[in-house]
Design a binder for this molecule. Structure first.
Ligand SMILES: NC(=O)c1ccc[n+]([C@@H]2O[C@H](COP(=O)([O-])OP(=O)(O)OC[C@H]3O[C@@H](n4cnc5c(N)ncnc54)[C@H](O)[C@@H]3O)[C@@H](O)[C@H]2O)c1
Length: 253
C-alpha cells in the first residue's frame, strides 16, 4: 500500500515543491490550499506523474474543515503517514503597526492551523506511527524588526513542535520543524515586488529552494529519522548560526 501525505499550502511555492518530492518518492498526496484552482492543478500534475493525488480547497484555520478532510483521506486511502503543515503567511508590521486583526490572522494561519491539523489527523498518524513536519523559519529563533506577528507565530510553532513531539513520544509519532532560508516562491516574489525589489538581492547567503525543503522532508519521513523528533532543521546556509539578520539582505560580512 502506498503511503499517504497531507501537505497544506501545496498549491504553489514551497508546499508545491514538497508535494512534488513526496509524490516522486511514491506517496499519495492530498494537496490542501485556500486556492482551489491551484490545488486542483497541482493534484492533476502529481497524478499524471505518480501515484494518485487529491485536491482540497480548505482554510487551515477551519477546525470543521480539518475534521472533514481527515475523514475523507482516511475513507479514500485508509491512512495518513505524513502531515506537512506548510501553509503560512508573512505579513509585514512592527509592534506599533500590527493591529489585532493582523495578529489574529497570522497566529491563526501559522500556529493554530498546524495544531488543528495535527489534532484532526492524530488517530491516523498514531495508527501509522507517522510523521509531522512543521515549516518554520529562520525567524523561529531569530527575530527581525518589521515581521512582528510572523516572528511570534513561527517561534510559537517551534514550541508547538516540541510539545507535540513530547506528547507523542510513546506513540512513536515524530514531530519536527524545518526552517528554510529565503525561498523565491510565488508569494515571496510578490512581497519583494510590492516592496520595489523585483529581483532578489545579489550575494544573499541564505537562499534555498523548494527542492531543498522537499529533500529534508523526505529525510524526516524516512526510517533513518525514526529517532529524530522535537528537532529544528535549519536550511539557511548557516544564517542562524551567524545570528546576523543583515545577512538576509546580503549586506552582512
Ligand atoms: N519563501 C520563503 O522565503 C520562506 C522562508 C521561510 C519559511 N517560509 C514558510 O514556508 C511556508 C510556505 O511559504 P511560501 O513562500 O511557499 O508561500 P506562498 O505564499 O508562495 O504559498 C503559500 C500557499 O499557502 C496557501 N495558504 C495561505 N494561507 C492559507 C490558509 N489559511 N489555508 C490554506 N492554504 C493557505 C496559499 O494559498 C499559497 O498557495 C510558509 O509557512 C512560510 O512562512 C517561507
Amino acid at each position: 500500500m502506498e503511503k499517504v501525505a497531507i501537505v497544506t499550502g501545496a498549491g504553489q511555492g514551497i508546499g508545491r515543491g514538497i508535494a512534488g518530492t513526496l509524490s516522486r518518492e511514491g506517496y499519495r498526496v492530498a494537496v490542501i490550499d485556500l486556492d482551489s484552482a491551484k490545488a486542483e492543478a497541482a493534484a492533476r500534475e502529481l497524478s499524471g506523474q505518480g501515484p494518485p493525488a487529491i485536491a482540497r480547497a480548505m482554510d487551515v484555520t477551519d477546525a470543521k474543515g480539518w475534521t472533514r478532510l481527515a475523514e475523507h483521506v482516511a475513507g479514500e486511502w485508509g491512512r495518513v503517514d505524513v502531515l506537512v503543515n506548510n501553509a503560512g503567511i508573512s505579513p509585514r508590521g512592527t509592534i506599533d503597526s500590527t493591529d489585532e486583526a493582523l495578529w489574529d490572522r497570522t497566529l491563526a494561519t501559522n500556529l493554530k492551523g498546524p495544531w488543528l491539523g495535527i489534532r484532526a489527523c492524530l488517530a491516523s498518524l498514531r495508527a501509522c506511527k507517522g510523521t509531522i513536519i512543521n515549516i518554520g523559519s529562520t525567524h523561529s529563533t531569530l527575530p527581525m524588526r518589521g515581521l512582528f506577528s510572523y516572528c511570534v507565530s513561527k517561534a510559537g510553532l517551534l514550541g508547538l513542535t516540541r510539545q507535540v513531539a513530547t506528547e507523542l513520544l510513546s506513540d512513536e509519532v515524530t514531530c519536527n520543524m524545518i526552517a528554510p532560508g529565503w525561498v523565491a516562491s510565488e508569494g515571496e516574489r510578490l512581497i519583494q515586488a510590492r516592496e520595489g525589489r523585483p529581483n532578489f538581492p545579489e550575494g544573499v547567503r541564505n537562499m534555498s529552494t523548494a527542492e531543498d525543503v522537499g529533500a529534508a522532508v523526505v529525510f524526516l519521513c524516512s526510517p533513518s529519522a525514526r529517532r529524530v523528533t522535537g528537532e529544528l532543521l535549519h536550511l539557511d546556509g548557516g544564517l542562524h548560526a551567524v545570528g546576523d539578520v543583515k545577512l538576509v539582505h546580503g549586506n552582512g560580512p
